[in-house]
Write a protein that binds this ligand. Structure first.
Ligand SMILES: C[S@@+](CC[C@H](N)C(=O)[O-])C[C@H]1O[C@@H](n2cnc3c(N)ncnc32)[C@H](O)[C@@H]1O
Length: 298
């Protein structure tokens, strides 16, 4: 039986299903209300799967299906699942209109392996991808176990996460939380209180504002389970469940802390887009998201 947090995640994405494809329309990049981060994520996934010569790919959390349809056009054999009924329906329509079998898309919850096992009847996959899913997962280890279940020996996982280290660049409430809860975890309450008082004076503690429900929806992104991950801890978790060759690809760059976007104006987005694929250590701090690539031993 799904708990409330899980049904809230499904309900949130049910309400997103009709509009989600706009994230992938290049012609909208300058005008989209939200930065087209998903598009840059898709570029990473496609490039890596092609480089790794993957043939069969499984996606956890397919959304409305654009990423998988794009991969099918590359000649990949694709299948996937989602926890939102509306996303499953949208992805199936998307598959049918692209000449693909809608049966490749099924309802499934990555935290319940039994709901996904049926899609392995033709064998395990060369690649498993999950984009925008890990933030909503209660038990990360359990998700990685399901990913392993779907992968053949030597297969590759590409799993997206929201980057907690980006908090050091935002100069707001997230920075304060990262410094006090993560960096100073083992420091005495007295010292932490002194640091907290200083951070309250220097940083924009009233930001970021929680993202509440947009019109027509009941829940906002910050009202459902939506976690950040520390890339160092996440890489460790992948290794601890048996993955090897673990590395991170960065995307969703910021040329300045997000609170300065309205001051800087249109140039902010143009500068961000220019930074995408910069692929250096800077991504660890300038990017709000990354993709972990990890392989199972052959
Ligand atoms: C941010 S969207 C991204 C969709 C798609 N991967 C893309 O990149 O366009 C995340 C999707 O993951 C799904 N999801 C969330 N939790 C899930 C879970 N436990 N199992 C399977 N899918 C899940 C959501 O319903 C949603 O459609």
């Amino acid at each position: 039986m799904a708990d409330k947090k899980t049904t809230d995640v499904a309900a949130f994405y049910d309400a997103e299903a009709s509009d989600y494809h706009r994230m992938y329309q290049r012609e909208n990049f300058a005008t989209l209300e939200r930065y087209p981060a998903n598009y840059f994520r898709l570029q990473i996934l496609v490039r890596r799967l092609a480089a790794l010569s993957a043939r069969r790919v499984y996606e956890i959390g397919v959304g409305e299906g654009t990423p998988l349809v794009t991969m099918a056009k590359l000649g990949l054999d694709v299948a996937g699942c989602d926890i939102s009924d509306s996303m499953v329906a949208a992805a199936r329509r998307n598959f049918e209109s692209s000449g693909l079998s809608k049966d490749a898309i099924q309802w499934g919850d990555v935290e319940d392996a039994t709901t996904i096992a049926g899609q392995l009847s033709s064998g395990k996959f060369d690649g498993v991808i999950a984009a925008g899913v890990l933030p909503h997962i209660h038990n990360d280890r359990l998700m990685l176990e399901t990913v392993k279940m779907c992968l053949r020996p030597g297969g590759v996982a590409l799993i997206e996460f929201r980057n907690k280290l980006f908090s050091l660049f935002t100069l707001n409430r997230l920075t304060k939380e990262f410094v006090l809860d993560d960096l100073l975890q083992n420091v005495s309450p007295r010292i932490k209180a002194t640091v907290e008082a200083e951070l309250d004076k220097r940083y924009a503690i009233d930001l970021p504002k929680a993202r509440s429900a947009r019109s027509g929806a009941q829940l906002g992104y910050d009202e459902i389970l939506s976690k950040f991950h520390n890339p160092f801890e996440l890489q460790e978790l992948f290794r601890s469940v048996g993955f090897v060759d673990v590395q991170t690809h960065w995307y969703h760059y910021h040329p300045a802390p997000p609170m300065l976007e309205s001051t800087i104006g249109q140039e902010y987005r143009q500068a961000a887009i220019r930074l995408e694929h910069e692929a250096s250590w800077r991504g660890m701090f300038l990017c709000s998201a990354g993709v972990i690539e990890a392989r199972l031993p052959a």
